[in-house]
Design a protein around this ligand. Structure first.
Ligand code: GDP
Ligand code: MG
Length: 293
């Protein structure tokens, strides 16, 4: 049988479950997940290999109108994912109205790329409502193949994989067959720390932080990681550290336990907090943190 391969790019509005689905399809927790919008800031590839196929999934930030340079950079990841897709996997959920992103949908229609539209979170709805929603979506995106799923519970994800496989073009692999992702250990370390911060603090803190891995030393039995958490302002620094350093300690412990699970080995993690005003609007800093500028 001919070898099939392609880029399957996951796109959609914030919070619809793109990262949850990516992790489910890849079978690894490559993308961090929280209930907050703008959790995913990068394009993250997750690669699934078989003898006669290779699927390169890309998780992307949710579509938004940029207010900061950081957000413009995030949207560049979305743009790139529109450009190189062999299949567009557009994710919506049972809450979202099909007219929310009219302009974007019109653009999708104009591309010549096969579109699969997955209506996620059907576990939170009922069959009648989902059928109605699917019918409305079919009017807005007549070219798309539509499938109700639950990424969280794995409902219909096998059917989704079948649909995807049918759309994959013939071609050789893009990456060696033992490669799981395009990202480095440093990247996953910073993402896991960021996830714990997003989950631990309220208000603007999750949106004002960046995690920079200063040092990553791989030893035989242990990985030693030193990370800097950047915040916008002094007041945020004291919130992140917390009374007697308790909050930072909690974040550090949670991140270390997750890192140890992800890496399958012991981790020694040091966290420091530093003020870096305006990093979200500074191109040279965004570049250093791995964003396209
Ligand atoms: P993203 O912003 O599109 O990447 O969305 P995430 O994958 O980060 O998920 C956002 C929130 O929706 C998280 O709290 C997830 O646990 C939740 N979620 C994702 N998929 C499902 C699903 O199928 N059912 C339910 N009930 N919740 C889901
Ligand atoms: Mg995400």
């Amino acid at each position: 049988m001919a070898h099939r391969s392609g880029f399957v790019n996951i796109i959609g509005n914030p919070n619809v479950g793109k990262s949850t689905l990516m992790n489910k399809l890849v079978g690894e927790k490559l993308s961090i997940i929280t209930s907050k919008a703008q959790t995913t800031r990068h394009r993250i590839m997750g690669i699934v290999n078989g003898e006669d196929f290779q699927i390169v999934y890309s998780d992307t930030p949710g579509i938004l109108k940029p207010a900061y340079k950081l957000q413009s950079a995030m949207m560049k990841f979305v743009e790139s994912a529109l450009e190189d897709a062999d299949v567009i996997l557009y994710i919506t959920d049972t809450y979202e109205s099909p007219i929310k992103n009219k302009e974007f949908l019109d653009r999708l229609q104009e591309l010549n790329t096969p579109i699969i539209l997955a209506i996620n979170k059907v576990d939170l709805s009922d069959q009648e409502k989902v059928q109605e929603l699917a019918a409305t979506w079919a009017e807005h995106l007549p070219n798309a193949k539509i499938l109700p799923i639950s990424a969280l519970h794995g409902f219909n994800t096998d059917s989704l994989i079948t649909l995807i496989s049918e759309q994959l073009p013939e071609g050789p692999e893009f990456f060696p067959k033992d490669v799981l992702t395009d990202k480095t250990l440093r990247f996953f370390a910073s993402e896991i720390i960021r996830e714990k911060i997003l989950k631990s603090y309220k208000k603007e803190i999750p949106y004002s932080i960046e995690v920079d891995i200063e040092e990553y030393k791989e030893e035989e039995r242990i990985d030693r990681i030193r990370a800097l958490i950047y915040v916008d302002r002094d007041s945020q620094k004291s919130i992140v550290i917390g009374h007697e350093g308790k909050m930072l300690k909690k974040v550090g412990t949670e991140a270390r336990l997750d890192l140890e699970k992800f890496l399958g080995k012991k981790v020694f993690l040091e966290l420091y907090v530093k003020v870096d005003p305006n990093w979200r609007n500074d191109n040279s800093k965004l570049k250093r943190y791995g964003y396209p500028t």
